[in-house]
Design a binder for this molecule. Sequence first.
Ligand code: TYD
Length: 221
Amino acid sequence: MRGHFITFEGGEGSGKSTHAATLAQRLKALGLKVVLTREPGGSTGAEIIRHILLSGIAKPLGAETEAILFAAARDDHVRSTIMPALAAGQWVICDRFIDSTRVYQGALGQVDPRVIRSLERVTVGPARPDVTFILDVPATVGLARAKHRRGKGTVDRFEAEGVKFHEALRKAYQELAAKEPKRIIMVDGRAPRDVVADRIWDVVKQRLHPEQAMLAEQAVP
Ligand code: TYD
């Protein structure tokens, strides 16, 4: 049986990584096999490309080249990490995936949607997410959280963009969610952490039935 694939999306400081980890913990606590991963990265080849992208050295090459680099990283990640786990019936939770490319490079970078779609066709194949959570927070809130978390560290390529960029990002995510209401769930990321985590858990339980999956796994001799 194919496993389950859940992705988390949102702007900087939206709480994606925290909630991806919390969901992974909850599933593991049921005895399920979970792979928690992230993009760009999540496999040896993709982590190398991550350094290039987040350092900003690819920025002068333009958004289309960056989209191609994100796609190259994704291709390795899907083939080396995601597909093998799904084929083994495991739960894959990924911090950022195709929607980040659609929003950062597509909507904001103005890369032609046809290019974005072609890259998806090549890289993603059957590894389509079952459910995607977008954590929605105002840009100022997210940037303040990201700054707090960073402390004295340096900003990366995309954190360095201004409030306007991050407001546009939020809007682009909202538009994306409206286009695919079956797959994408918007969650108010300003709510207390436990409230957000419970909302996510309710959706996963309703849609993907982890308790039943666990019982089915136990029944396998
Ligand atoms: P990361 O350090 O993982 O931070 P975050 O907590 O924001 O996820 O940085 C990933 C950055 O790469 C983030 O700013 C979004 C950007 N990105 C894209 O622009 N396109 C993509 O396809 C992906 C996966 C990420």
